[in-house]
Design a protein around this ligand. Sequence first.
Ligand code: DGL
Length: 267
Amino acid sequence: MMPSARPIGLFDSGVGGLTVMKEVVRQLPHENLIYLGDTAHLPYGEKSPEAILRYTLENTDFLIEQGIKLLIIACHTASSHALDALQQKLSIPVIGVIESGLECLLKAPQKKRIAVLGTASTIGSGVYQTSIQARLPDCEIFAVACPLFVPLIEEGLHSHQATNLIAQHYLGALKNKQIDAALLACTHYPLIRSSIQQTLGEDVTLIEPAEACAKKAFHWLKESGSLNPVQKQPHYQFYATDDPIKFRRLTTLFFGSEIPDIRCKKN
Ligand code: DGL
């Protein structure tokens, strides 16, 4: 296989990273892609940094064995804990969602008071807070862990009253803080964008890093001459580390279309 025809690898703890893959498909329509959802260890958001790093290394080993030319960590929790380690370890480029989120944030019209919403583990890592403060030293950051959002979305309650109530529970106190922008630092949160917007107020700019992440991949491939020159229908492969039944059920919600063929990667 020509080196530039090698696939791009993406992984997430489960289905959430499909929101990132969807953008990659849109912006890089000729690239072959391999997606791995580590459903056996889901959710990462409640796990320790050591466990997340271990799972991440296992996922990466598998994708490297498949001959990928570029790795996208399509998970905020894994990016928070393992991006540096993977960038040091691997000889292929590694793109995480954090840098992309920061780039979008820097383009926001107002950014004096910034909310960061993510899993308990992402917020606990402090990675977003430190990186934002380094670039915008005068801003005030309100970091909020929203652990119930992921299960609510995965239960199909993304436009349910229950989600609005939980959004109010986590974010209601931010309403009076004159927040300018809120970074959706979790793959699932774009699916409850309207609930978050309603709770924080219409003036708050909501930032989703998936689009910028795909753009970053495009630029890297273009600049390094690694875009797939084959202009025919690309090949997409999907793997899960556990029985893919639940994964399959959620693909339409996260990816926009059904993914019938999901293979089980044995651990
Ligand atoms: N994919 C994770 C993230 O973006 C959310 C789901 C989980 O906790 O594993 O942080």
